[in-house]
Write a protein that binds this ligand. Structure first.
Ligand code: NAP
Length: 296
């Protein structure tokens, strides 16, 4: 077996940001500054961190961002009113409603209220449908699009490969299956999606040339589930107790990195793999949304 290669999501995301910055510069020459609005409901600590990281990246790239923080008890009506206002605002090209939302809010209804052309998170049913149809005029959700870019930019052949995705969530597993099965240059894989109802999940995993874990179970993927030489992508973000850590916990992925490293040929670290790419795709979608206003 050849040497192990780390798929460095931070470095790859920086090369995407470089391209995005150049596109922002071109837009600025045309007096357009891409604008992204974040909506955060309540004070979920992870959501605060995620929105904070995205705001910071906007500043670095030259995207204007604004963040609307609503109270945890906010009614559906006031959230929908805010979205309606942002839909009409010509300075706002992208709208991101940070999930998870408090229980009283209907997530599907909220996502569907964002104008599809401003839905840079790719969760509007129109964009979900376009992804399934292979219509590139829609916005693909950022995490699965980021996984595809990681594979492409690290030179991993996708066409003809056997891909196994662990997890059929609407944010990662399902859209990623859709992306990688398309009849197109950087896809064309044979995709198997495993979930809690799968019989012989480990057996499916062992057939994968590319194994992608997105189930949210800490360190679930062990070396005996991985074909020697396989490419492994770890999407999971899980907080586990750690008495040695300052705050008593630490983040780990769905893959037992240290153990699986001995078997796989290429693997994402976690953190430092898929996470930075998710943000890179969000920035890219926002700039594309701004560019498309020139076409109207
Ligand atoms: P989700 O909607 O909860 O979906 C999880 C999926 O995993 C479900 O299909 C579930 O099966 C399956 N599953 C759970 N436990 C399993 C087990 N023991 N065996 C087999 N299948 C199992 O989650 P998600 O939103 O797709 O997110 C998945 C993971 O990715 C989470 O850790 C999340 O934090 C992470 N994530 C990371 C990023 C990033 O930027 N890095 C972005 C988004 C999400 P059933 O359908 O049968 O219940």
């Amino acid at each position: 077996m050849g040497e192990f290669k780390l798929i460095d999501g931070r470095a790859i995301s920086e090369s995407v940001h470089l391209e995005t910055r150049q596109r922002v510069a071109v837009l600025k020459q045309k007096n357009i500054t891409p604008g992204l609005a974040f909506i955060r409901v309540g004070e979920d600590p992870a959501s605060r961190v995620y929105v904070g990281m995205k705001e910071k990246k906007c500043r670095e790239i030259g995207i204007t961002s604004q963040t609307h923080i609503l109270e945890k008890e906010t009614s559906g009506g006031s959230l929908l009113d805010l979205i309606a206002r942002l839909n009409k605002d010509p300075k706002i090209h992208g709208i991101l409603v940070q999930a998870p939302l408090p229980r009283q809010l209907n997530e599907a209804e909220v996502f569907a209220s964002v104008l599809p052309g401003k839905d840079v998170d790719g969760f509007h049913p129109v964009n979900v449908g376009k992804l399934m149809l292979g219509d590139p005029s829609g916005f693909a959700p950022c995490t699965p699009a980021g996984v595809q870019q990681l594979l492409i930019r690290s030179g991993c052949p996708i066409k003809g490969s056997d891909v196994v995705i662990l997890g059929r969530g609407n944010i990662v597993g399902k859209p990623l299956a859709s992306i990688l099965m398309q009849k197109s240059e950087f896809a064309d894989a044979t995709v198997t999606v495993c979930h809690s109802g799968t019989t012989d999940l480990a057996g499916h995993c062992r057939r994968a040339d590319i194994l992608i874990a997105a189930i949210g179970v800490p360190l679930f993927v062990k070396p005996d589930m991985v074909k020697p030489g396989a490419v492994v992508i770890d999407v999971g973000v899980n907080r586990i107790p750690d008495t040695a850590a300052r705050n008593g916990s630490r983040l780990v992925g769905d893959v037992d990195f240290e153990a699986v490293k001995a078997v796989s040929s290429m693997m994402t670290p976690n953190p430092g793999g898929v996470g930075p790419m998710t943000i890179a795709m969000l920035m890219q979608n926002t700039v594309r949304a701004a560019e498309e206003t020139l076409l109207n």
